[in-house]
Every structure is written in structure tokens, then in C-alpha cells.
Ligand binder design. Structure first.
Ligand code: GAL
Length: 657
């Protein structure tokens, strides 16, 4: 029997479904057709009579057993580089006129919510100093050179430019903090001098705290215009030299983690659920994790005004997402109307989201597998399409609208118009890990039925659709084995490299013909396994992958591969786990390009430097460059093995002119 790779199987189901819904979609545009075809979860596409036929496990293949010498290289103009973000690396949090961001405010207020092995230093739980890139940017450039980076993705700190968050131009003059703007002039000019192209993110989560206090930040519709004005300043000031703009980094994480899941991310709102992620840690300030400190807010022009200092409200993440997507669209509109023609740059959004891998197990019927494939599409629409459909096709996926019902705000016709195509220059995707997808079952083995449109809301829509993150999720974020690949250095992060290829195929098919300059992987990487993550799952994971005939994806690692802060000469500097991560993911990227003909145009490794990893602090190290944050006042940059390894990878896998 023909072997089906997971990504081609996903597409096969998509194609099968296309026929099923053809009549509905016949008059729709190609983009609308794609949306429509993915919204009919009731029909598995499997012929009746096949119900009990067992799935032949040898037909499942994750597709990367390929001799790479037979595969074409990435093109010479491939955008190759590394990424960082302002709050995670800059430091200088109160220098030269910078305003406070929500991250400054909340890390200072709730230091216990940030992990740290050394609480004796007051900078160990915040970005006050971070990598001190504000003063040491020249050193960062040296590291970029070691990896042969042609691009550098960094973000601009909105409160460094506009401490109160509100950019205004009066009599031709902006109310900018000039010192802040000069810093970014220096960064951009230094990069260009070094033949490195700046790839600039306008918003990487560091909202000016003043806007949170004034109107609840992204919860209020005024944030859309304030963001667009700030963006306009950046285009005007830096656009003569910056030709690659990302509006928003990861709207899902910003909104769902920041406004729903509790103490994980600023502004630490949580919508009534028990704060989950860190609940097993004993020394966290969980009370403070659900912040009531917030300004009076109006979600949209037609919403009821909400009072200041209220308890978190249901659907805050949904309204944050709505406003941030519109903020993105308005910024793009400004760029297109006032700058793009002259400056000739590209602009797009970066979404995050795990590709969805259909759950497979021995003894499963073909029908059950097909059903999981279908749920993988549906789960991807919720997890990713929610954020990528609006900037591509102008609206939320039909499935999300149906299942969310009245809980989902609607875009007006005018808004749809500015959203549609607002990321058609390129689409940025941050990819790290993968999720299993399966339709959840009741205890008696029957499927949990999708809710009807009337009863749909975010909670029960999600429940029936996928097994989030691992094979399931217990209380909190602890993975229930088997995890999808080995456990890397963050609780949410497992190593399963085919995810990048599955995801690229998913985007490419869904938005066929709509993305002019391809997909750019704007982040990918890992923290090495460290003392903070539990490995209880290893054995189960190994046995599971053996049972489906895919032992290599269990990818267990040895005890000595676990990073130890006091063992520089160990895997801290000789980061073999990370090297293997990059090798595997990049191989899958190259296969997506060369074998699947996916238009993927760039790859930015996360991250250039060890840095402030948000609520995980400084000992979850994603960097290819080591920094001894607590003891070295000079913050010396020391390249790890992976940095030069990537430099070599570039020479061997990308066409050299
Ligand atoms: C991304 C985020 C980065 C970085 C990375 C690793 O979600 O954009 O800022 O923290 O994850 O966790």
C-alpha cells in the first residue's frame, strides 16, 4: 500500500472534503472555498462499509527519511538569520526616557511569578538589564556574523519611543523620545554596515503600561489606532532603511496567555480559570497572578463601558485578539497608503501555533484515523486560522464563527476590507512544537459531539476538538504521556521536527495564491532540557512511538544532556540537543521547499542570545550565545557550538552566489 506522509495525508483529506462541499463553494473565491471546505467536521470523507477496517500503521510516515544529497538547496536569496525581542534583550528599562511596559510593571509587582534560581539579585526576575543589548549591540552583531546571518529580526520597544503609548504628530513634529529613536537608528545602521538586513517587529508584547492603565490595553478598541500611529512613526523614521516589517508577534500568545491563562504573561489577567501553568510551583504569588489592576475599558464602539479595577471578564482573550488583529490591519493600511510605494518594503504579521498531528494508535480503525485527520484541520483553524485567516482572507474561519456563536465579535464590512490581504506580502510563522489532534471521547468510548452553534462557546468548542499539547492535558500544563517528541527545556516545548513541514503545507494549501513573497519562519528553536522540566514521560513516549513503528520520534536523551548552570563545559556550551533540533527542523524545512514546493522564504533562529525568557526567567536558555547573567557584569557573549554549526549549515544548504 502507498505510504502516506502525515502532511500529504492531511492534504488528502482536504482534497476529499473539497469534493464533498463543492456545491457550497462553487461560487466562492478560492480563499473562501478553502475556508468552507475545512468546516464540515461531521463528515469524515471515508466510504461507509470501511468502518471497521484497521489502519495499517506502516502507511503512517513522518516523511524525513530522505537522502538530502538528492534534494535541491534553498535559494541564494533565502532570508537567513536569528531573532530576539526588545524586552528580552535590551535592558536599560528606565534609561534615556523609556516608559514603562506592561512587562516592567508586572514583573516588578509580582516577582514571584517569574522563575529564578537566584532571587538574591533584583534583576533576576525581570528584564531590567536582560542582555544589556541597549549598550552592547556591537557584541550582538559579532554573534550574528558567526552564524552567517544575512538578516536580524529584532523588535522595537513601543514605550521606549512613546512612554505614554500615544504617538502624535503636531506641526510636523512627533512627540517621540528622541534618544529611543536614536538607539534604533544606531541598531539599523550598524546592521546595514555589516551587510545584515533588519527585519523589524513593531510589537513583541511590551505594551506601554500607560495604555493598560488608561483603557485596559488591547481590550479597548482605541488600542488599534494608537498602535497604527506608533507604527506610522516607525515607517516614517526608519522605513528608508527597513524593508521588512512585522506588525505583531504572536497575537495568540499575547492575548490568550496575557488575558486568559493567569500568571504566565503580562498583564497577568485570568478569566476565572485556576491559573494553570505554574500552579505546581510552591513559591509563586498566584493571588497576584490574576490582576484586577486595569483601566476602564470599551471593547468596541458599541460595547458597554467597563469600570476600572474590575475582576477579569470572560472572553478578554477574544476581545484582545479582535483589537490586535485590527491594530495590525490599520498599521498595514497606513504603510500601504503612505509609505510602501516609495519605500518598497514588505509588511506582514507573525502568527504562532502548533501544527496539528493526527493521533495514531495500534488497533485504530481507518475511520478513526480519518476522523482525527479531520479534527487536525479543525484544531488548526482554532489554534492558527483564528489569527491567520483575518489578515489573509478578511474574516475568522467559518468553523470558529459557528462554534463561538455570539461570543465572537464580528468584523464590520469596512474592517474586513482592510484585514483582507493585510499579510499578503508575506506570512510570518513562529513554530516550535506540535499538538496531537483527536476528537475527544467520552468514558464509554463514544465521541464527544461537537456543540451546536447555539451552545458553542470557547470552552466547550475547544474541548471536543483536540487533545491539547500532549496526548491530553491534566490539570495545569503537565503533559500526559506520550508527549509528541522529547521534552525540551520548556514545559510546552517538545521536539518533533516534522511539525514545520506539516504546518508549511497547511498554510500553503489554505492560502494558495494569496501570499506574494512566501512564508517566513520568524522563530524556531529550543531551550535545552534543563533542571526545570520533568522527564516522567520518557519511557511511555518511547514505548508509544515503538508501538506505531516510529521509534526515532521518541527521541529520548541521556541524563548528561540535561543542562546544568554550574557546568559550562557540559551541554550548556556544547549544546548537542539544540544542534540536533536545528538539524532536524531545518531538514524538514528544506524538504518542504524542495519536495513539496512550498514557498518558504526565510528562517530566523530563536534565539541569537540567551535572554529573559518571560515567566521562565534566565535559566530557560534558548540562545545560541551564552551569557552569565548573574555573575558577569560585562555580560560577555560566548558563542555556543550551535551558533557556528548554523553558520556551517547555511553554507552547505543554501545556494551560495
Ligand atoms: C515565542 C516568543 C519569543 C520566545 C519564544 C521561546 O513564543 O515569541 O519571545 O520567548 O517563544 O519561548
Amino acid at each position: 500500500m502507498k505510504t502516506l506522509t502525515v502532511f500529504s495525508a492531511l492534504l488528502a483529506v482536504t482534497a476529499a472534503k473539497k469534493c464533498i462541499v463543492k456545491s457550497d463553494a462553487a461560487v466562492a473565491s478560492e480563499a473562501e472555498e478553502v475556508t468552507a471546505e475545512l468546516t464540515a467536521p461531521e463528515d469524515s470523507g471515508v466510504e461507509s462499509g470501511e468502518d471497521d477496517e484497521l489502519l495499517d500503521l506502516s502507511t503512517i510516515d513522518y516523511g524525513d527519511d530522505v537522502d538530502m544529497s538528492t534534494v535541491k538547496k534553498l535559494p541564494a536569496d533565502f532570508k537567513w538569520g536569528a531573532a530576539t525581542a526588545a524586552y528580552q534583550v535590551e535592558g536599560a528599562w528606565d534609561e534615556e526616557g523609556r516608559g514603562e511596559s506592561v512587562w516592567d510593571h508586572f514583573t516588578h509587582l509580582y516577582p514571584k511569578n517569574v522563575e529564578s534560581g537566584d532571587r538574591s539579585k533584583d534583576f533576576s526576575t525581570n528584564g531590567n538589564i536582560a542582555c544589556d543589548s541597549y549598550h552592547k549591540f556591537d557584541e550582538d552583531v559579532k554573534m550574528l556574523k558567526l552564524m552567517n546571518a544575512k538578516y536580524y529580526r529584532f523588535s522595537i520597544s513601543w514605550p521606549r519611543l512613546f512612554p505614554d503609548g500615544q504617538a502624535r504628530k503636531v506641526d510636523g513634529k512627533w512627540n517621540v523620545n528622541e534618544k529611543g529613536a536614536e538607539y534604533y537608528d544606531m541598531v539599523i545602521n550598524t546592521l546595514l554596515k555589516n551587510d545584515i538586513v533588519p527585519f523589524v517587529t513593531l510589537y513583541h508584547w511590551d505594551l506601554p503600561y500607560a495604555l493598560h492603565e488608561k483603557y485596559g490595553g488591547w481590550l479597548d478598541y482605541h488600542s488599534q489606532d494608537d498602535f497604527a500611529k506608533y507604527a506610522e512613526f516607525c515607517f516614517e523614521r526608519f522605513g528608508d532603511r527597513v524593508k521588512n516589517w512585522i506588525t505583531i508577534n504572536e497575537p495568540w500568545v499575547n492575548c490568550v496567555s496575557g488575558y486568559r491563562l493567569g500568571p504566565g504573561k503580562a498583564p497577568y489577567r485570568c478569566t476565572g480559570e485556576a491559573p494553570r501553568k505554574l500552579q505546581n510551583s510552591t513559591d509563586l504569588d498566584l493571588e497576584g497572578g490574576c490582576s484586577y489592576e486595569i483601566g476602564p475599558t470599551q471593547y468596541s464602539k458599541n460595547s458597554e463601558p467597563l469600570p476600572a479595577n474590575r475582576v477579569p471578564q470572560k472572553l478578554e482573550d477574544v476581545w484582545c485578539s479582535h483589537n490586535i488583529l485590527l491594530g495590525h490591519a490599520k498599521a498595514v493600511k497606513v504603510y500601504r497608503e503612505k509609505f510602501q510605494k516609495k519605500q518598497k518594503g514588505l509588511i506582514g504579521i507573525t502568527v504562532d501555533g502548533e501544527a496539528q498531528i493526527p493521533w495514531v494508535e495500534p488497533g485504530m480503525t481507518k475511520k478513526e484515523y480519518e476522523n482525527n485527520l479531520k479534527y487536525a484541520n479543525l484544531a488548526a483553524e482554532f489554534r492558527i486560522g483564528w489569527y491567520s485567516d483575518p489578515p489573509m482572507v478578511g474574516d475568522y474561519p467559518k468553523s470558529v464563527k459557528e462554534r463561538m456563536g455570539k461570543d465572537l465579535p464580528e468584523f464590520t464590512e469596512e474592517e474586513k476590507k482592510i484585514l483582507k490581504g493585510s499579510s499578503s506580502d508575506f506570512l510570518g510563522w513562529n513554530t516550535y512544537t506540535a499538538h496531537w489532534a483527536a476528537q475527544a471521547k467520552n468514558e464509554d468510548g463514544s465521541y464527544i459531539q461537537p456543540p451546536t452553534a447555539e451552545e458553542a462557546n470557547f470552552d466547550n468548542s475547544k474541548k471536543d476538538m483536540w487533545d491539547d499539547n500532549c496526548k491530553g492535558r491534566g490539570d495545569g500544563w503537565t503533559c500526559i504521556p506520550p508527549t509528541l517528541g522529547s521534552q525540551a527545556g520548556s514545559s510546552w516545548n517538545t521536539k518533533f521536527a516534522p511539525t514545520i513541514r506539516v504546518g508549511l503545507n497547511w498554510f500553503s494549501k489554505r492560502y494558495e495564491g494569496l501570499i506574494k513573497n512566501g512564508i517566513v519562519i520568524t522563530e524556531n528553536g529550543c531551550a535545552q532540557p534543563n533542571y526545570k522540566v520533568a522527564r516522567a514521560n520518557d519511557e511511555v513516549t518511547k514505548k508509544y512511538f515503538e508501538s506505531i513503528g516510529q521509534p526515532k520520534y521518541a527521541d529520548t536523551y541521556k541524563e548528561e544532556d540535561i543542562e546544568r548552570e554550574d557546568n559550562l563545559e557540559g551541554t550548556l556550551m556544547h549544546d548537542t540537543y539544540r544542534i540536533d533540533w536545528y538539524d532536524q527542523y531545518l531538514k524538514n524545512l528544506r524538504l518542504a521547499y524542495a519536495v513539496d514546493n512550498i514557498d518558504v522564504r526565510g528562517y530566523m533562529a530563536w534565539s541569537l542570545l540567551d535572554n529573559f525568557e518571560w515567566e521562565n526567567g534566565y535559566e530557560t536558555r534558548f540562545g545560541m550565545t551564552y551569557i552569565d547573567f548573574y555573575n558577569d557584569k560585562e555580560m560577555k557573549r560566548v558563542p555556543k557550538d550551535s551558533l557556528e554549526h548554523l553558520g556551517q549549515w547555511y553554507l552547505e544548504n543554501v545556494e551560495q552566489n
